[in-house]
Structures are given as structure tokens and as C-alpha cells.
Design a protein around this ligand. Sequence first.
Ligand code: PLP
Length: 475
Amino acid sequence: MVTTNKYEIKKSKFSNKNMINLANRKQVIDKKPVLDKKIIQNPDVSVVVKNRKTELVNSDLFSLADYHKDHFEGELFNKVSQFRAFITDVRNKGYYQYQRKISSMSGHSVIVNNKINKHKMILFASNNYLGLTGHPEVIDAAVLAIKKYGSGSGGVPLLGGTMSLHKELERRLARFKGMEDAVLFSSGYSANVGIISSLVGKNDVVVNDKLNHASIIDGSIMSGGQFVVFPHNNMRLLEKKLASIPSNRGILLVVDGVFSMDGDIANLPEIINLKKKYNFRTMIDEAHATGVIGSFGRGTPSYFNLEGKVDIVMGTMSKALGAVGGFIASSEEVVDYVRHYARSFFFSTSLPPATIASLIKVIDILERDGTALVKKLHNNSEYFRYLLSCNHIKTRGESFIPIVPIIVGDDLLLRKIHSELNEKGLFVNAVPYPAVPKKECRLRLSIMATHTRDELEYAANEIVKIFRKYNLINV
Ligand SMILES: Cc1ncc(COP(=O)(O)O)c(C=O)c1O
């Protein structure tokens, strides 16, 4: 395996050691300051955090879950100042890696600013799987559109915010997905919330895979319908749940096509098979499948040769399509209904014309070069997983899927590993509790078609070294 230090970052004067260590100046509370009714308070120990007098906590003992609003009572901002003390300690220990500032295009490598200078880092935290955000044809299309149509659409879609470009993109997406019609939303999040809450009523049932994305869960809650969950991709227990729902209820079964946390694929053939026995409608979230699997990147139904068999296909334009926005594609009558009842559609301004033009160009590129781009992405994903598995590091998910989860299983260790990888010039994501169960906290790397072999080898090598150092490899 090739090892190179070219991405290594020199320790800045703001590294852990030199940072102002609040713990040395004030007493650290070593145990959880959660008192009666889980109110977090300890008036005896305090520290000034940005002019606000608050408690000092040892962040190693806490997670974000401890500062959830429901653990607090009394003055509304109590939770805010207590959280501030926790997050300040995380920052001081050098573990805080959210919102790193990127000052370049979001490619396979990026320039990241810290307080004193800029570094080149290899980016393994982008959903821009095919690297299309920087494609010259895409940029040209956006520039032309902004000159012709200006920076914004000027309105919500039903009332003055629909341009011919929006209609063109809807038509192209419907065709790409093999469906009759499509409708655009301002984000994938609002697409899921809009479609589910507009279709599922209080007399209906929405059935969810346990690992469905938060936006599907939020849409399901907002719908007011009965909410049923089955264990991840477990078809036997799904059938049991379906069998228990009275036959006079409307049922929407929703799954991610490619699951965003585990990198595996929904068992669509079995789901479609169950339709022979039970009367339900299907919806698939193609956020991480569009541009990633299926012929020309058409997604999960195409991957399984089941195009036209799913009732509603939802997708985002923020990942492999390289821009922003969400959509659903379905029959003309479903799309027509959703246009008039999805509040997140008609109460929200439509996407800007430059974005729409760039997306139409991306569909052109996929219809032309999709096979080669997707193959490159799969090859890179398989190669990276292969490098790790040669060193006995297990990854979750399908070998060719670009989402690569590596379970660490200990939140504190995860923070350390994450910050050490950062020092090595590797921009990866850490997924701590409560986003996943404690024992499943993980590194989550996203592979791109544009990563070079050198970059993949360097990253794998650094991960292996750190995992060895912390005895996370059991051979
Ligand atoms: C599976 C899934 N669905 C929906 C969304 C929301 O999409 P967007 O970021 O475009 O709002 C995401 C985003 O992370 C996702 O992973």
C-alpha cells in the first residue's frame, strides 16, 4: 500500500495542547450534573463562556442527547447555556469537527480554513458522488441561466414561481425515472415531508423501515396517520406487520433505496412480491441511489429491473446530481394531488433558475455518460473497501456502494480517531450517539468517482494505522 505524507497537516498553534484549557482554571465536574427530573444544574461551579456565566462540564461524560430540550425545566434558555459549556469543552479538546470551513469547490479534495491558515484535505464527506458539481458543462449551463433569468424564481410554485425551466426539469426527471410525471421541492427533506403528509391521513397507515431517513420519519409524524416500524430490511417481520393492518386502511410503505447510514440496499424484489398478498402502496427514497446504482444511475428500481413497479419515487438533487432540491416522480394523478396538498411544496419558494439549468445539464450528462461514471464510482468504492478488508477492518454495506461505515463503538474513541484523521488531512464524518446506537457509533466515509487511487490508498493506510494504535483490529 502506498503511504504518502503529502496531505499531512502541521499542528497549528491552536492544537489541543495549546488551547486554553478551561479545566485547569476551574473545577471540572466529573459526574453527570443531572439532578431531579433530569434538570441539568450545578450553581456552585461556574465558568464564563463568552460573557455568560455557566457551568463547566467534562464533555467526555456527555453526548448531544443529554442536552435535548425535554431534559430541562424552568427558564427557557437554561438548556442553551448548559449546552454551551459542554460544546465549549468539546471544542477546547479539539474534538469539534462540525462546519469546517471549505473555501474551494466541493471536489474530491478541498481547501479548508482553520483559524490561522488553509489546508488541502481529501474530502470523504461529500454526497457529490460523481463529482458533477464542478463539471464544466454544468457550470456553463448555470451561468447562462443566471444571466437570462436572474438569481431567483420570485415566488412559490403555484403563484408566480414556476418558470419553463422548472417544468422542463420535472419532465426530464420523470423520464429519467421511468414515471409519468414529477414535481420539484426546495429540498429532499421537504419532498419527503410534503409527499407523506399530503397523502397519508388520520385513517391511513405509514409503514417505515427502522433506518429510514429522518425526513421520512418527520413526514410520517406530521401526517397524523398510524405509524408502524419494522426492523431494518427484515422482510419476515415486515410481512407480519402488514398482515396485522386491517384491510380497509390505506397503507404507504416507505423505504430508502440505498440506506444512508448503513450503505445497504432495500430488498425491493421482496417488497414488490408482498404486493401480491397485501394491498399497499410503495414509496422509495432514492437520495443515495440516484446517480449511484441502476443503469445510467437511474436508481434502485432500475438496479433490480423493477422500473414502473414502485408507486412513488422520491429523490434529492443535492447528492449525485450535485446541486440542491428534491422531487417525487409518480403517476400523473398522484403528482397532481401532491401539487395541491403538499404544504412544503406550495408554501415554499421554488428553486432558483441557475440551479434548475445545472440539473437539466446533469440529467443530459447522466443519460450520455452515466454508465461510465457509475462504474468509476463502484470501482473506487470496491477498491477502498478492499484495502480496508485486507487489513481486517470491517465495513458495513454493499461492496460497490460509496457510503462506507466503519463501526468504532465507543463515542470518546470515535472523537479521538476523528480528530487524528483530521490532523492527517482526511476530511471524514463521524456519526456519534444519538444519531446511531452507542455501540454502533462510526466513521462514515463517502467515496467519489473522482477520488484517485493514491487518495484512496492514503486514506485506507491512515485508518489502518490509527485502528492498530487503538487495538481495534482483532488479529
Ligand atoms: C435518505 C435521505 N433522504 C432525504 C434526505 C434529505 O435530502 P436533502 O439534503 O436534499 O434535503 C437525505 C439527506 O441527507 C437523505 O440521506
